[in-house]
Design a protein around this ligand. Sequence first.
Ligand SMILES: Nc1ncnc2c1ncn2[C@@H]1O[C@H](COP(=O)(O)OP(=O)(O)O)[C@@H](O)[C@H]1O
Ligand SMILES: [Mg+2]
Length: 1044
Amino acid sequence: MRYRASALGSDGVRVTMESALTARDRVGVQDFVLLENFTSEAAFIENLRRRFRENLIYTYIGPVLVSVNPYRDLQIYSRQHMERYRGVSFYEVPPHLFAVADTVYRALRTERRDQAVMISGESGAGKTEATKRLLQFYAETCPAPERGGAVRDRLLQSNPVLEAFGNAKTLRNDNSSRFGKYMDVQFDFKGAPVGGHILSYLLEKSRVVHQNHGERNFHIFYQLLEGGEEEMLRRLGLERNPQSYLYLVKGQCAKVSSINDKNDWKVVRKALTVIDFTEDEVEDLLSIVASVLHLGNIHFAADEESNAQVTTENQLKYLTRLLGVEGSTLREALTHRKIIAKGEELLSPLNLEQAAYARDALAKAVYSRTFTWLVEKINRSLASKDADSPSWRSTTVLGLLDIYGFEVFQHNSFEQFCINYCNEKLQQLFIELTLKSEQEEYEAEGIAWEPVQYFNNKIICDLVEEKFKGIISILDEECLRPGEATDLTFLEKLEDTIKHHPHLLTHKLADQRTRKSLGRGEFRLLHYAGEVTYSVTGFLDKNNDLLFRNLKETMCSSENPIMSQCFDRSELSDKKRPETVATQFKMSLLQLVEILKSKEPAYVRCIKPNDAKQPGRFDEVLIRHQVKYLGLMENLRVRRAGFAYRRKYEVFLQRYKSLCPETWPSWAGRPQDGVAVLVRHLGYKPEEYKMGRTKIFIRFPKTLFATEDALEVRRQSLATKIQAAWRGYHWRQKFLRVKQSAICIQSWWRGTLGRRKAAKRKWAAQTIRRFIRGFILRHAPRCPENAFFLDHVRTSFLLNLRRQLPRNVLDTSWPTPPPALREASELLRELCMKNMVWKYCRGISPEWKQQLQQKAVASEIFKGKKDNYPQSVPRLFISTRLGTDEISPKVLQALGSEPIQYAVPVVKYDRKGYKPRSRQLLLTPNAVVIVEDAKVKQRIDYANLTGISVSSLSDSLFVLHVQREDNKQKGDVVLQSDHVIETLTKVALSADRVNNININQGSITFAGGPGRDGTIDFTPGSELLITKAKNGHLAVVAPRLNSR
Ligand SMILES: Nc1ncnc2c1ncn2[C@@H]1O[C@H](COP(=O)(O)OP(=O)(O)O)[C@@H](O)[C@H]1O
Ligand SMILES: [Mg+2]
């Protein structure tokens, strides 16, 4: 049972159980044995109703399938449904016809025992439909036989033909089977259908000549008229209008919207070909169908002596042709009766009533015998073609019984009597087999048998069929006895013979109260399924089923091959009276019971929910009636007598093992021990169950429900676990795959890298080797071995050079060139130097140029000659050391237009006393001017400047030598300037006396005035000291400089 839990909360267990119970509430139980109140008919019907409302038309009573006709296509017979039910355990899936079909088939194959599916139920309950579905299931799911695969088609196609001739629209069912049908399907040892056989029972032939209001004759008549080709109808002398035929208008509903005769005709025509009908046979068969219609239109008129005469010559003519009989013979046979008295044949004319009776009897006989022939013909077509082969002997048989159910009408006649008798027999068989199998199971399982209270209907069967005292015997006797026997005399005989039977009542036998409900011509049987009142009218006739001898003779001479097979001449010569209909039926039933007994039975009990053929309507009264007639409550009682539920240990364990830690996930020991452990764990009480040999028996449904509910809860948690495990597994697999791929990619990449590196190394080794060889041979003339090396050295020198080019003109660095490039290197070096110089020159400012020029001059003069020269090098020469504001305006005025090119403060030493006096030295374009404050002290034109003397030491004294002859001149001037190098350079440049600077070691002599010379002595010392020495010289101690 499948119940879906709606939610799982913290109290998930409770929620799940409740929802499971709700579901059970809604759809009921799928096996009636699980009904708590199994004796209650109301509970039974309520369960049916619940399921019907949910379109669940199938429910079990143990192995018995109860089916409620849905009157709508539920789409539950598809190929997928067939597959779903194949090979699965009966109880693991929802109840279905296919579950029965598959179980039966598997038993047939594995146990190799013949099987029979008995389908019963009222008219319209779905028996024929079920039979068809079963056949379809086998045809589609069984393997095809090695040879003669067509047998599957024939099995299927026999149906429409049989239905055309044997089914009719009744008030209850638009396609009501008017005969009982038992069909055998033979399977070879591989389980393939190889043949079939059909037995038919008691066709309702009275329908040929009469139909109740709202009912029709057999389908074939309408199909032929609707669908038959023009040409064919002309040949058969038929008009395309059912209204023209008296046998078709009795029920006044020749046309019905729910039936498509034209289409059905096509189906039947095709089916006839499939089941081996030749064109001629079809023609013969349809001739008979047509002749029945013509017979119905034969009219009689009475002559003066009240004897009947045929008035419809046309019909007679067609009949003569269609049946292949002589016209005069037929005419005579329809209007006379042949009596054999004392060895002499006498013809006695019939009156109108008798003639009509004879005509109808002929029509019924022709039709019913043709039907029997048809069944035989189909059987020949279905017969296994190689019945002699060894595999034939190992065939097994599956029987399908589709037989009329219990019938109760307002007026019940002979046919209902036979049908209900048939149902009594089958019910008895059912009870016998069910009880037997039940008892056998208990015995086999070693469980004590608990007697079951049930109603055994053998007493009713005996009432009908017992020799001498049975109703059939009495009826036969009344039919056979000489003298005036009527239906009423039969009733009297019945009352006389069977007086005090508890199941028989007649007007006479009944008590005062019941008598009122019984007519004088009626008897009532108390069947197992309920009371049925039969009217005796027609019993004798129908039982006799008389056909006048001359009619038989006529038909025996028929040239229609089918007719001549149906009416055999031996029948005429046979002196023995043929068996009565009831006796024939009884015999065939006994035979059927024997057939069924020899097989393993399965049951399908069909119920129809309403009389209106409407979907969704659940007519409770009607259903209660059927539940009773089908003996379903009885069935349930037998099944539930001891235990509600039983299952093989394996199956039980398999289903519930998850409920006990010891049996989950698998039980290693015997299933039986596993179940014992399981039920102990579940807390089953001893009275709740019994352990058989192979099965566990559970007494109450509630025990099972509790287990089932627990399973539902458990399933939820298991599902979660499984999901989690699966997800884990799934992701792990994915992870491993990814990891594997990563490793793969990595190793490929590493490989690639490794190969690249190896190639590089190889290349490097080769290069190095080449290099070394080149190096070794570097002095050799260029040859292939050293070419690379030499080129390399060149290139690398050049490349290196590019990086290491000198940054400025002072930078003398230059990479050492290889021998081959020595010359180029020199050229490059020059080029580079020129380039730098050029660049330098271009970037130089005029001031700087001047500065440099002056510095160059200074260098020329002093470099290496005067000690403090190096100190002056980094100090820039300045254009002037005194601004115009520092020079007295008077001096400027005195100079007039002469510009001052340079001015510097100096110290002047007197020529005599060597007193230092602060003076300014100015250079103009023409002269050196010595200024004391605002007074030009001395002006020495450059023309008069003969030279300049300085010492080689670090002092800053200098002497300007002046032209001696010039008396205006005061003599040479001894000066001291803090910027001696700068000052002297400027003076030399201005006066153009660059070459006239004397750098003296030791002392300088100068002219101190007319006729008087002075001397300055220079000595190196620790610090500058200028003093007047005792010898009258100026002594200068110049500090020694570190650089010296
Ligand atoms: N299982 C079913 N599903 C759908 N419709 C059904 C089913 N069984 C029967 N019927 C309907 O009910 C009608 C009568 O069924 P049928 O088998 O002929 O009844 P029975 O043979 O018992 O007299 C069918 O023609 C069909 O329309
Ligand atoms: Mg039927």
